[in-house]
Design a binder for this molecule. Structure first.
Ligand code: PMP
Length: 396
């Protein structure tokens, strides 16, 4: 008799030599429950997905209601599907007037692919500018704009004409020219270990893009929907992109992504060639129904406005340890910096044993990731943060 655990290792394609392999049988609020009944604080939210925690009743109800109406009925863009229309309208109402056309896809990587294609098609140019230590996904296009050679060298050749600039280096922006189709950037670099862009840098970038007719793409796949303390991270900067990318939390726990631009820019995907970008499942009605419920709760309860106080609880408690060299945070996207990768990995393991799930960052394995559901209470944040501090101190 095979156990579920042994079948996981036997039949599920591996992504790393040693997966965490937590056998999850349930999830509620900020907790995950494993096969032995042990409860874990979920401090990573499925990597910045479950912003309202697990099992949020409004989202579950919206999913159930849509299940009774219909599932997939047609490839994206051809039929009028109520959940898609209502979600697009709700998003556009929250965004600046220039972001009024939403193209739904299934994931973050697909949103990146769509945006890069849109920029090439709209500008008639093919050069793309991205940033060192950027993460935008794992498909070929997204990999091409990843700012780390180690993860992509074995998959070359990738897209040609991609240039990488230094993040937060304003002088480097001179490399953006009238040949550049687009610049893709995370307003807060996530996998680099939570590095927020400086305001003056994003302002200079916006100006450079406008001067050269280059489309500015903000990848808010990890920062969107309240995580940094505002609904979208770009609100902190007063800088508006030409194309906005959302995924992860957007679907309220269901798979969904979107690239959003002005009607004028977006409309070029519908002709010459017609069907310039298509997807079968993009904007799945059940995902859109879940996303709308999720968005309504965030907006009605102003969940994002309480994020900074909660982030402060983690910083205050964990920062008491002298083994922590720095804590970087953009709301509830936080990196606890240690001196070495070895130390970080040991702390993450200890946290796990204490019932607290944390993680590291792709390009900063010497830092510990904290990105809990935004609905975590102050008391829960205090308990979880204390356990992390204990794990750090015990590691000595
Ligand atoms: N962009 C950013 C900033 C991300 O953090 C991620 C996922 N970690 C992606 C894109 C890719 O999203 P997905 O895994 O849904 O393709």
């Amino acid at each position: 008799m095979y156990t579920t655990r042994s079948l996981f290792f036997r039949h599920l394609a591996p992504t790393s030599p040693s997966p965490l392999a937590l056998e999850v049988v349930g999830a509620k609020g900020v907790f995950l429950i494993d096969a032995t009944g042990k409860k874990y604080f979920d401090l990573i939210s499925g990597i910045s997905v479950s912003n309202l925690g697990h099992g949020r009743p409004e989202i579950i109800a919206a999913i159930k209601a849509q299940l009774d109406r219909h599932l997939h009925v047609m490839v994206y863009g051809e039929f009028i599907q109520h959940p898609q229309v209502r979600l697009a309208e709700a998003l556009c109402k929250l965004l600046p007037a220039s972001l009024d056309s939403v193209f739904f896809v299934n994931s973050g990587s697909e949103a990146v692919e769509g945006a890069l294609k849109l920029a090439k098609r709209y500008t008639g140019r093919h050069e793309i500018v991205a940033f060192k230590n950027a993460y935008h996904g794992s498909s070929h296009g997204a990999l091409s704009v990843m700012g780390d050679e180690k993860l992509k060298i074995r998959f070359r050749p990738l897209l040609p004409s991609v240039r990488f600039l230094e993040f937060n280096n304003t002088a480097d922006l001179d490399k953006i020219t009238r040949s550049t189709a687009c610049v893709i950037i995370e307003p807060v670099q996530g996998e680099a270990g939570v590095i927020p862009a400086e305001k003056s840098f994003l302002e200079a970038l916006r100006e450079k893009c406008s001067d050269t007719g280059t489309l500015l793409i903000f990848d808010e796949i990890q920062t969107g929907l309240g995580r940094t303390g505002t609904l979208f991270a770009f609100e902190n900067y007063g800088v508006v992109p030409d194309i906005l990318l959302l995924a992860k939390a957007l679907g309220g726990g269901m798979p969904l992504g979107a690239f959003i631009a002005s009607k004028e820019i977006m409309s070029c995907l519908s002709h010459n060639p017609s069907l310039g970008h298509i997807t079968t499942f993009g904007g799945h009605p059940v995902s859109c129904a879940a996303a709308l419920a999720h968005l309504q709760v965030i907006r009605n309860e102003k969940i994002h406005e309480k994020v900074k106080v909660k982030s402060g609880v983690f910083s205050a408690i964990i920062g008491q340890s002298d083994k922590v060299s720095e804590i970087r945070s953009a709301g509830l996207l936080m990196a606890v910096q240690f001196e070495s990768e070895d130390f970080a990995m040991k702390v993450i393991k200890r946290c796990f044993n204490k019932g607290v799930i944390t993680d590291w960052f792709l390009f900063r394995p010497d830092a510990l990731r904290i990105a809990p559901p935004l609905t975590i209470t102050l008391e829960e944040a205090e308990i979880a943060a204390t356990r992390i501090r204990e794990a750090i101190d015990e590691q000595g």
